[in-house]
Design a protein around this ligand. Structure first.
Ligand code: C2E
Ligand code: CA
Ligand code: CA
Length: 655
């Protein structure tokens, strides 16, 4: 999880709430002020009414004269009016001033005289505007003090000032209730916004998480991983002194889990593998799932480059040792891990990612569980990598083609069948041999489609020859993986049915390795194939380690002696001995024995003398395109029957 981002957005939330709070407080202050103004306005209005009911009725222009003052009658009347209002609690006190500060009247019976008003209030007399002076406490009552300029006559000249003290209770109440309403409003506003913001933030954080994380495993995804690597490089979190590394982990044989147990099982396995990987790194390391069965790890703060390999090796060991329980079955899994040290082996994001891919691919191809990126080997690997990208397209676009190599009976030279050998007619690289792309397909998910393509093509060609009146047994090479994963038997039976080929015209060649990786599994599949009439050959026999014990029980028809024993057979006594033993062994087990790689007549003769049953090799024919086969066989059979005496057996004698 990218903690910094989350924290940053927490800051953002706090800052937003702060701004919102401050804004609300400001708004509140403005509103309170407005309420206060309203209150003051209404106080002035009340005071004006009070003044009209008291002063205006009793005080005239002359009372403001220099020698003025109220008559006692006027004072009494005014006292009476004032007292009535006070009694009604509409008034607290009232005084009348002359413009020069002379006290003309005071309700509390102050003697009229030279009492000075505060200068600031006196100054405003002439402004002829009423004003609210203050909230005050007078005679134990909360009051509002209002000054009203007073024009006692009609000349428009202000004569003095009426000071009215009115009860402030209502005013206070109004203010208090206004404030309460405002506080409640502001409070809910802040609360609602805070809630909304928090929810928004939660959604943002979740969305950001989803955008940068893999749904299945919860690990960082491809995009998130790229960002993290870029950030580590840009922020100099990885340096030559404290290097980092990128590991690319690809599971071996994951596809077969998906194929045989189904996708939910594959998903469950991926989750467990993700956890296991997480357990084999340090807390500060970032584990990501890039998609499929590919994981990547960003290591930072390493003591030295060797630590990266150490961590990768440990990870590989842990994965191999672990048993993953999926649908009640304990599964083992192996991984190929590519290692690239940063910044020593790359400082640009794309370079880093493509190089670690190269390293991983090398690990996969060489069968080493861990491979560190090696610049010297890069060129070759990159070529392979781009080939791999093209291979899928090649399968779809029919860029692949099958060549066929005939096999003959060693004694009478009759053609016994042909072996299909795949080629890739690459648009720019020319005709590629199977060794150049089959290992590639084997290390990826492309083997299945490739095998399917070859089988379909070979069966279609054989059906065509059979219909054309030239029934030819066609042998198809099947990789160990194809034999052991998926449902090969069903695939083949379906194809035979589709093309209307009889099963006795199909032969499957498997290598010893296929059998020895999983003898029971291989044996089961071979038995199924044989049960429907398909013939089985063990290819490259003698080059591997087929246990003789297995050979006895295996459902096999033919042993194909590996050409390393055959090519130089004539000059090689040991080779002759081995070949002789294989032939004898095969015969004792009731098998047909074929020798491949026969390039000379002497070899052919030698093999025939040793009792070998069939022959294949450049001497007889090179592999050729399907459309040449019929013509070639016709010509060959003519030549053969024209030369009945040319039996190698008759030219070589051996006892
Ligand atoms: P393989 O099954 O042992 O096939 C025989 C290989 O020996 C072929 O090479 C063939 O061209 C070559 N060869 C035939 N006669 C002679 C000879 O007299 N001298 C020498 N030096 N070589 C000879 P190719 O076609 O390059 O195939 C190489 C390998 O690729 C095959 O070995 C087979 O294991 C694999 N392969 C070919 N086609 C397929 C396929 O469709 N599927 C799978 N899984 N593997 C295939
Ligand atoms: Ca073969
Ligand atoms: Ca072979």
């Amino acid at each position: 999880m990218d903690v910094r981002r989350v924290v940053r957005s927490w800051y953002a939330v706090a800052a937003l709430l702060g701004v919102l709070g401050a804004g609300t407080l400001f708004g509140l202050a403005v509103l309170r002020r407005q309420a206060e103004y309203r209150v003051r306005g209404s106080a002035i209005e009340t005071a004006s009414v009070v003044a009209a009911l008291t002063v205006h009725r009793n005080v005239s222009e002359i009372d403001f004269g220099a020698a003025g003052g109220l008559t006692s009658t006027e004072v009494a009347d005014l006292d009476a009016d004032v007292a009535a209002l006070i009694k009604d609690r509409r008034l607290v006190g009232l005084e009348v001033w002359r413009s020069d500060g002379f006290l003309v009247y005071a309700d509390r019976g102050h003697p009229a005289g030279e009492t000075t008003l505060p200068a600031d209030q006196l100054v405003r007399v002439n402004a002829s505007v009423p004003w609210f002076a203050a909230h005050a406490t007078d005679r134990g009552l909360a009051t509002a003090e209002v000054f009203l300029p007073y024009d006692a006559g009609t000349d428009g000249v202000v004569d003095g000032l009426v000071e009215v003290l009115i009860p402030d209770a209502d005013i206070n109440q109004e203010l208090a209730s206004t404030s309460r309403t405002l506080y409640v409003l502001a409070g809910s506003l802040v609360a609602v916004s805070a809630l909304g913001l928090l929810r928004l933030r939660r959604r943002l954080v979740r969305r950001e998480f989803e955008a940068t994380h893999d749904r299945l495993t919860g690990l960082t995804n491809w995009g998130g991983f790229r960002d993290a690597v870029r950030a580590a490089i840009d922020s100099h979190a990885v340096t030559r002194d404290r290097p980092g590394a990128v590991l690319l982990v690809d599971l071996d044989g994951f596809k077969s889990v998906n194929d045989t147990l189904g996708h939910p099982a594959g998903d469950a396995l991926l989750c467990q593998v993700g956890r296991q990987i997480q357990l084999s790194v340090r807390p500060q390391d970032l584990v990501a799932r890039l998609g499929g069965d590919e994981f990547a790890i960003l290591l930072t703060g390493l003591a030295d480059p060797a630590s990266a390999t150490a961590i990768a090796t440990q990870m590989s060991d842990r994965l191999r040792a672990a048993s993953f329980l999926v649908q009640g079955i304990g599964l083992g899994i192996e991984a190929s891990i590519g290692v690239l040290v940063v910044p020593a082996q790359g400082t640009e994001l794309d370079v880093v990612l493509s190089r670690v891919d190269v390293a991983m691919y090398r690990a996969k191809r060489t069968g080493a569980s861990v491979a560190i990126y090696d610049e010297a080997l890069d060129h070759h690997d990159v070529r392979d990598l781009s080939l791999l990208g093209e291979l899928r397209r090649a399968i779809d676009n029919d860029e692949l083609t099958l060549h066929y190599q005939p096999k003959a009976n060693a004694r009478d030279h009759r053609i016994t069948g042909v072996e299909s050998l795949v080629r890739w007619q690459h648009p720019t690289r020319g005709l590629l041999a199977p060794d150049e792309f089959i290992p590639l397909a084997e290390s990826t998910g492309l083997l299945g489609p490739l095998t399917q393509w070859v089988l379909a093509r070979a069966i279609a060609d054989a059906a065509l020859w059979e219909r054309g009146g030239m029934p030819l047994a066609v042998a198809v090479n099947v990789s160990p993986r194809s034999l052991l994963t998926g449902d090969l038997t069903t695939t083949i039976i379906d194809l035979l049915a589709t093309h209307g080929l009889s099963s006795r015209l199909l032969e499957i060649e498997v290598t010893e390795t296929a059998i020895m990786t999983d003898p029971d599994g291989a044996s089961r599949v071979l038995r199924q194939l044989r049960a429907v009439g398909i013939r089985i050959s063990i290819d490259d026999f003698g080059s591997g380690y087929t246990s003789l014990a297995y050979l006895k029980t295996l459902p096999v028809d033919t042993l194909k002696i590996d050409r390393i024993f055959i090519t130089d057979l004539v000059a090689d006594d040991r080779g002759i001995a081995v070949t002789q033993s294989i032939i004898d062994l095969g015969h004792r087990l009731g098998l047909t024995v074929l020798a491949e790689g026969v390039e000379t007549t002497q070899t052919w003769n030698q093999l025939a003398a040793l009792g070998c049953d069939e022959i294949q090799g450049y001497l007889l024919a090179h592999p050729m395109p399907a459309e040449h086969i019929e013509g070639w066989i016709t010509t060959y059979e003519h030549a053969r029957t024209d030369l009945p005496a040319q039996h190698p057996q008759t030219t070589t004698t051996r006892t």
